[in-house]
Write a protein that binds this ligand. Structure first.
Ligand code: FPP
Length: 245
């Protein structure tokens, strides 16, 4: 694969931040921001599917989010349940391969059943790989992978760790964060090693398909070198650097 092919944006991840502030600006409770945020999830997943991206991974609930008030935490669990009911047909119609990644066994049996059912129904779909990171932490994911290697008596190598992560998507091309903060917050630490980063001030409930497409176009023009350099040939390199070699 040449550098040009590698540069194509195919695997995208989003930290969907700013729901609370969006609601506060409208004198509404924080959870209203999450409700509006959930409808944006549906629109952006549809755009990602239309744009024929390989994958879209969304940070819906981090391990750190447990420190929020119980009511907000429980509301987010319910929102996931509702999302699974509401979006099921659209996910099936669009040939989307759906999975939840993380340690989410704290969810109710009822929700877990819906997750498993949708994962199972879509497992052979060949369209967009849509991932919900729920109960997800990047460090925990790497630690779990290492512990599995130890239990299997395998040595730690990049290849072996990659194979034992929660999911098959091991390289993210673009990581977007909405809401104005510029940090990664323990999201896809291994997978984002060479990701392009894009931070927007837009709060998640205001994030639109148009902005999503604009970000993709803008980032596609960035030169991605993956630690290499762009020279047309060995000979050209020698010519340019001759006096110092
Ligand atoms: C961060 O905004 C957002 C979350 C912790 C949850 C993300 C959830 C959604 C976008 C709703 C969709 C989820 C499902 C399960 C369908 P924040 O509350 O930290 O915002 P703030 O930084 O303005 O307080």
């Amino acid at each position: 694969m040449n550098l040009k092919d590698q540069s194509k944006i195919q695997d995208v991840a989003i930290i969907m931040d700013g729901n609370g502030r969006w609601a506060k600006n409208r004198s509404r409770p924080r959870i209203w921001g999450h409700v509006r945020g959930a409808s944006v999830v549906s629109k952006i997943a549809e755009s990602a599917s239309d744009l024929e991206l390989n994958s879209l991974t969304l940070y819906a609930f981090s391990t750190e989010n447990f420190s929020r008030p119980d009511q907000e935490v429980n509301f987010l669990f319910k929102l996931l349940d509702k999302f699974l009911i509401k979006e099921k047909q659209k996910i099936l119609k669009n040939n989307i391969h759906f999975r939840v990644i993380g340690k989410f066994d704290f969810l109710s049996e009822k929700t877990l059943r819906k997750v498993r059912e949708l994962e199972d129904l879509t497992k052979d779909n060949t369209g967009l790989k849509l991932r919900f990171a729920f109960g997800y932490g990047g460090r925990a994911e790497i630690v779990e992978a290492c512990n599995t290697l130890i239990s299997k008596n395998l040595k730690a190598s990049e290849e072996n760790i990659s194979k034992h992560l929660y999911d098959e998507i091991i390289n993210i091309d673009l990581l977007i964060r909405t809401g104005g903060d510029q940090r990664i917050s323990n999201f896809l630490l291994w997978q984002s090693a060479y990701a392009e980063l894009f931070f927007t001030n837009t709060f998640w409930p205001d994030f639109s398909s148009q902005e999503f497409q604009d970000i993709l176009s803008q980032v596609s023009t960035r030169e991605r070198r993956f630690g290499g350099i762009h020279t047309s040939s060995e000979t050209e390199f020698q010519k340019e650097n001759q006096t110092h070699l």
